[in-house]
Ligand binder design. Structure first.
Ligand SMILES: [Zn+2]
Ligand SMILES: [Zn+2]
Length: 127
């Protein structure tokens, strides 16, 4: 019984692709078999647009410092880079993402809008 439970949990756990893309920018993960691409992102201040140092926290890209050192703003946005220049290299963070599940290209806001539309349709016409 215990063994089955452990197996179930392991299957549910998302693959971190630790052994994938060690020497390339795209390819298959040896652990889960998904086709992965390396994508580079930088974090910019939403207020003054300056590049901010970024880190990965629980799989999310966040700025290292809480507030922008240039303008003091807390807001930031994430920009996807097509290629990394030497200037960007010190700020860029890369994620190994499954080719058809690029999460930063599909903002969650889009999903929320669809859910709202669904709710509107479900409202009965009769009062
Ligand atoms: Zn994997
Ligand atoms: Zn700023």
């Amino acid at each position: 019984m215990e063994n089955i439970l452990i197996k179930f949990i392991k299957q549910k756990k998302k693959c971190q692709h630790k052994n994938a893309l060690l020497h390339s920018n795209s390819g298959y993960c040896p652990d889960c078999g998904k086709f992965l691409v390396k994508n580079y992102y930088i974090v910019r201040c939403a207020c003054c647009d300056i590049k901010r140092e970024a880190k990965l926290s629980w799989g999310e890209i966040v700025p290292v410092e809480k507030f922008c050192s240039n303008c003091g703003s807390k807001e930031f946005y994430i920009e996807k880079l097509d290629s990394v220049s030497l200037v960007d290299a010190q700020y860029a963070i890369y994620l190994k993402e499954i080719a058809d599940e690029l999460k930063y290209l599909h903002p969650e806001a889009q999903i929320w809008v669809e859910e709202d539309e669904e709710k509107i349709r479900q409202i009965p016409l009769k009062n």
